[in-house]
Design a protein around this ligand. Structure first.
Ligand code: HEC
Ligand code: HEC
Length: 345
């Protein structure tokens, strides 16, 4: 799959930015530019975003009929009122089953090269059908009628509203696994962060950041070196790291790539709108940003296979609150989301 902006490109940009910090010891204007939103939303050439595709994807995203129980939609867990997450330590799926990992936001997923905490899905299109068929999540067969349950394809094809919406979005392609995945992905790509106080500050509106948040930014790039992993516009290197969480039962990225440093390593999450998406971490270990900062301040809790970039920070009480204030400045005004009207027939 070709991306208009390859992740490699802007990762290189981030490295150039980091080199700047090392050379100058402070953020220069050029370095600040690495935090600016890329010009266009990245999208694959075989599924360019159109208003009709985004509209169809939104219907599917909010439609509980995508689940076996007809009760759980993507938005049940990726709830726009909660920063596109669910406010739970780990997700609750089909039959009230408590799942092993927390629900990440889908905000800015267009800018990511790999999906899921362990990065096993290589595109939004490849990810989209996973939760529908997963027994723990939505437990809905897409193309097999198995006696008790009618398949999703049959359910959607029975509704004229969907037949029409698929036809205008993907003319002649029909209602298939592929078009469902493409439409859901188009909608997800449309969910991008709005300008946060930090972005306005970079653009020259100097009063948008409090002094505490500004000191927090200096710490973020300097003494606390958070930027080693949370870098660039989306505040992630899209890499995988073991940051020393106490509960080390989940192999993380190691399950996908058998390299020792990846044991217990998870994808660096975005910090965009992070004030809205507690609890934090793949296992929901922390309820507040202050707890997260304390984790890093102690240099992690578990030392087995710890990333070399996680070290004791010796932050003062003020420095810790400054870091929290900085992270809050990455949360923008929430764009209200209207619910789609779903086809009744
Ligand atoms: C039962 C709750 C639940 C439902 C329903 C659900 N998700 Fe998720 N979603 C999760 C969890 C939990 C993860 C992380 C799982 C993991 O990493 O192993 C996730 C991960 C994702 C990701 C990856 C985000 C990232 O940053 O890596 C995307 C995209 C996504 N879901 C989209 C969807 C779509 C589209 C649907 C509907 C077809 C959906 N989800 C339904 C809980 C849910
Ligand atoms: C070595 C790379 C690395 C460094 C350095 C780092 N982080 Fe992280 N950060 C991660 C990874 C990886 C995760 C997810 C870990 C997991 O869930 O197992 C994470 C998770 C987080 C989360 C939770 C986000 C969410 O949505 O769950 C916050 C907040 C956070 N980091 C802030 C910071 C701050 C503040 C600093 C500096 C004090 C920092 N990070 C330093 C890699 C890093």
């Amino acid at each position: 799959m070709k991306y208009i902006f390859s992740p490699q490109h802007w990762r290189r940009g981030v490295w150039i930015g980091l080199a700047f910090i090392l050379m100058t010891g402070a953020s220069t204007a050029a370095e600040l530019n690495t935090y600016l939103r890329p010009g266009a939303i990245p999208q694959p050439s075989n599924n360019l975003m159109t208003p009709n595709r985004v509209k169809l994807g939104k219907m599917l995203f909010f439609d509980p009929r995508l689940s076996g129980s007809n009760w759980i939609s993507c938005a049940t867990c990726h709830n726009p009122a909660m920063g596109w997450s669910d406010g739970l330590p780990t997700a609750i799926g089909h039959g009230q089953k408590i799942l092993g990992r927390s629900t990440p936001t889908i905000l800015n997923s267009a800018y990511q090269p790999l999906f899921m905490w362990d990065g096993h899905a290589r595109s939004l299109e490849k990810q989209a059908l996973g939760p529908i068929e997963n027994e723990g999540e939505m437990a809905q067969s897409i193309d097999n009628d198995n006696g008790k349950l009618i398949s999703l394809l049959a359910e959607l094809k029975a509704l004229k509203g969907y037949r029409d919406a698929f036809e205008v979005a993907y003319p002649g392609e029909g209602i298939t696994k592929k078009t469902i995945a493409k439409a859901l992905s188009s909608f997800e790509r449309s969910i991008v962060s709005s300008d946060a106080p930090f972005d306005l500050w970079i653009k020259g509106e100097k009063q948008t950041m409090s002094n505490a948040a500004l000191r927090g930014f200096t710490l973020f790039e300097g003494k606390a070196s958070c930027v080693k992993c949370h870098s660039g516009f989306n505040f992630t290197d899209n890499g995988f790291h073991n940051i020393g969480l106490e509960d080390a039962t989940d192999a993380g990225r190691y399950a996908i790539r058998k390299v020792k440093i990846l044991i217990g390593a998870f994808k660096t999450p975005t910090l965009r709108d992070v004030a809205l998406t507690a609890p934090y971490m793949h296992n929901g270990a922390y309820s507040t940003l202050a707890e997260v900062v304390e984790h890093y301040n102690l240099g992690g809790h578990a030392t087995e296979n710890l990333s070399p970039n996680i070290k004791k920070l010796n932050l003062t009480a003020t420095e810790k609150t400054d870091l929290v204030e900085f992270m809050k400045s990455l949360t923008g005004e929430i764009t209200p989301v209207t619910y789609p009207v779903l086809p009744a027939e």
